[in-house]
Write a protein that binds this ligand. Structure first.
Ligand SMILES: [Zn+2]
Length: 475
C-alpha cells in the first residue's frame, strides 16, 4: 500500500479530535506501555485510560508522544529548491515528528539573533503546528575562528549551538564554546570529526571502499574528535556546572565506547545516532540492500557481500553519500547495542535533503546527506523486529531522550499528558507502505530507501493540539 499523499487542504492546523478505544499506548514519560484508550477533544487530551488485558496490541494501532528530532537541515534560507521550512515541517509531521531542531548551516547561517527570529517567523507562517526549534551557530559564520554572539542567540530563542558539518577544530575555541553555552544553560552540539583524517573522504575506510576505489574515512576520525571533546568537557564541567556536550550522529563502536566510559565517570555528555547508521552499512555502496543486522556473521564480524552474492543494486548510488559515512555492519551493531543499553540518548534523523542537481553526480561529488524524516520510524521498527531493541526504548529515544538533551527547550515535551494540548503520533505498527518520491513531503531527492516497503504507517500526527498530518486513507 502506498500512502502519504499530502493531507487534504484545510485539515492541517485545525484543532484535533481523536477517539481510540483499543490502542497500544507507549508513554516513556510515565514509564508505561500497554493497551488503553485515549480521547482528544478540541486539541486537548480529555482522557487517557490504561486497560488491563485484551485492549490494544503492540503490533496494532500505536499511540506515542510526538517525536522530537534533534538534527534536521531545512535548507531555508538559501537553498529552498532542496527544502523550505514549510516542506520540512510537512515532512516532519508525515514522519510523526512534532518538534524539529533546525541546524544553522543555512545561507546565510543562523549566527545572529535576527536569523533566529526569521526562522521562527517562517515556521509560524508555514501554518504547520510542528514546533521548530532553531539552533544557532557556535562560531561566527561557522568559520571556527571566534564565537558567535551566543547570549543574543539564546535570548532570541536558539535552543542550542552547533557548527555541525564544520566542527570546531581549535581546542581553545571549543572549550570556550562549551563554557559559554553552559553558562546559558544550553547544550553545545558537536559533529565529531577530526578534519585532518577526512580530507577528500568518500566512504567508510574498509573493504568496500577499497574494492570500490573510494577514498576512506577512518573510524578513528570520529573517535579522535570524541576523545578530544570529552577531555575538554571534563575540564570545563569542573568549572561551569551547566556545561553540556551533545555528540550528534555517532557512527562507530569506538566513539560509543568513549561515551559509555564518560557517562560512567559522570560527565555531562549525551549523544544521538541516526536511523541510517543503525540499519544501513557500507556494503550498500557496493549494491547490497540487506539491513546491517543481516550482514553479520555469528561472531559479529561484517560479512563479505561479494562472497555472499548479496549485491542486488547498482554500486555508487549517490543517495548513500552521507557524513559520517555508512560504517561497517559491526559499527551499526554497536550503535544498536548502545541504543538498547541507554548509552545513546536520542535518535536524530540528520534529515539532509538535496536537489537532484546536487545528487545526480558521481559518488564522490554528490553532496552528503539523506532525507530521513519520513523514513525514520519505518527503519526503526525494522530494528525493533530483530528483538535487539524494544519499541519502548525506540520511542524513548525519539521523545523523552531528546527532550532531556534540549533541557529548557524540552521541558514538557515527550509525554502523553491528560488535560494538556495533544502532542502525539498514531501509527499502524504492521501496515506497510512503499517509499516513493510521490509519497514524500520533503523536496529532497534520492533517498536510498526509494522503492522499499517499510512497516509503521503514520495515520495521524498532532502537534500543540492541532492536526499536523492526517493520512487521507485513515481519516
Ligand atoms: Zn553533521
Amino acid at each position: 500500500m502506498s500512502v502519504g499523499a499530502p493531507s487534504p487542504a484545510g485539515v492541517v492546523g485545525r484543532s484535533a479530535d481523536l477517539e481510540l478505544s483499543d490502542a497500544w499506548l507507549v508513554d516513556p514519560a510515565s514509564g508505561r506501555e500497554g493497551g488503553g484508550e485515549i480521547v482528544v477533544r478540541d486539541g486537548i487530551v480529555e482522557s487517557l485510560r490504561w486497560l488491563d488485558g485484551g485492549a490494544g496490541r503492540e503490533d496494532g494501532i500505536v499511540v506515542a508522544p510526538g517525536f522530537i528530532d534533534l538534527h534536521a537541515h531545512l535548507r531555508d534560507p538559501g537553498n529552498e529548491a532542496a527544502e523550505t521550512v514549510a516542506s520540512g515541517l510537512a515532512a516532519a509531521a508525515h514522519g510523526g515528528f512534532t518538534t524539529v531542531c533546525a541546524m544553522p548551516n543555512t545561507t546565510p547561517p543562523i549566527d545572529h539573533a535576527a536569523m533566529v527570529a526569521a526562522m521562527r517567523a517562517a515556521a509560524e507562517s508555514s501554518g504547520s503546528p510542528v514546533r521548530l526549534l532553531p539552533f544557532g551557530t557556535a562560531t561566527a559564520g561557522r568559520a571556527g575562528e571566534r564565537l558567535a554572539a551566543l547570549g543574543e542567540l539564546a535570548a532570541a530563542g536558539a535552543a542550542g549551538f552547533s557548527d555541525d558539518g564544520a566542527p570546531i577544530q581549535d581546542g581553545e575555541l571549543f572549550r570556550n564554546a562549551l563554557a559559554y553555552a553552559g553558562m546559558l544553560g544550553l547544550p553545545l552540539i558537536d559533529h565529531p570529526e577530526d578534519g585532518t583524517l577526512t580530507v577528500g573522504a568518500e566512504a567508510h575506510d574498509g573493504l568496500v571502499a577499497t574494492v570500490l576505489g573510494l577514498r576512506g574515512c577512518p573510524a578513528a576520525a570520529e573517535a579522535n574528535a570524541v576523545a578530544r571533546d570529552l577531555a575538554l568537557l571534563a575540564e570545563v564541567a569542573a568549572e561551569v556546572p551547566g556545561a553540556r556536550l551533545h555528540l550528534t550522529h555517532l557512527s562507530t563502536a569506538a566513539s560509543l565506547d568513549h561515551v559509555r566510559r564518560a557517562k560512567a565517570a559522570g560527565l555531562p555528555v549525551t549523544c544521538d545516532v541516526t536511523p541510517h547508521h543503525l540499519a544501513l552499512s557500507d556494503e550498500w555502496l557496493a549494491g547490497a540492500r540487506r539491513w546491517a543486522w543481516q550482514a553479520l556473521d555469528d561472531d559479529g564480524a561484517a560479512r563479505d557481500p561479494w562472497r555472499d552474492a548479496a549485491l542486488v543494486a547498482a554500486p555508487y548510488d549517490s543517495a548513500l553519500r552521507v557524513n559520517p559515512p555508512l560504517r561497517s555492519a559491526t559499527d551499526a551493531a554497536a550503535c544498536l547495542a548502545a541504543l538498547a543499553d541507554g548509552t545513546i540518548d536520542a535518535i536524530a534523523t540528520d534529515h539532509a535533503p538535496h536537489t537532484e542537481v546536487d545528487k545526480a553526480v558521481e559518488f564522490g561529488l554528490a553532496r552528503p546527506g539523506i532525507a530521513g524524516l519520513e523514513t525514520a520510524l519505518g527503519v526503526l521498527l525494522e530494528a525493533v523486529d530483530t528483538g535487539k531493541v524494544t519499541l519502548r526504548r525506540v520511542v524513548e529515544a525519539l521523545t523523552t531522550g531528546p527532550a532531556r538533551v534540549l533541557g529548557p527547550a524540552g521541558v514538557g515535551l515527550g509525554g502523553l499528558i491528560e488535560g494538556a494540548p495533544a502532542e502525539l503520533v498514531v501509527f499502524d505498527r504492521s501496515a506497510r507502505w512503499t517509499v516513493e518520491s510521490s509519497s514524500l513531503h520533503t523536496r529532497g531527492h534520492g533517498s536510498p530507501l526509494l522503492g522499499r516497503s517499510l512497516p509503521g504507517r503514520v495515520m495521524l500526527t498532532i502537534a500543540q493540539g492541532r492536526v499536523a498530518f492526517e493520512d487521507p486513507e485513515s481519516a
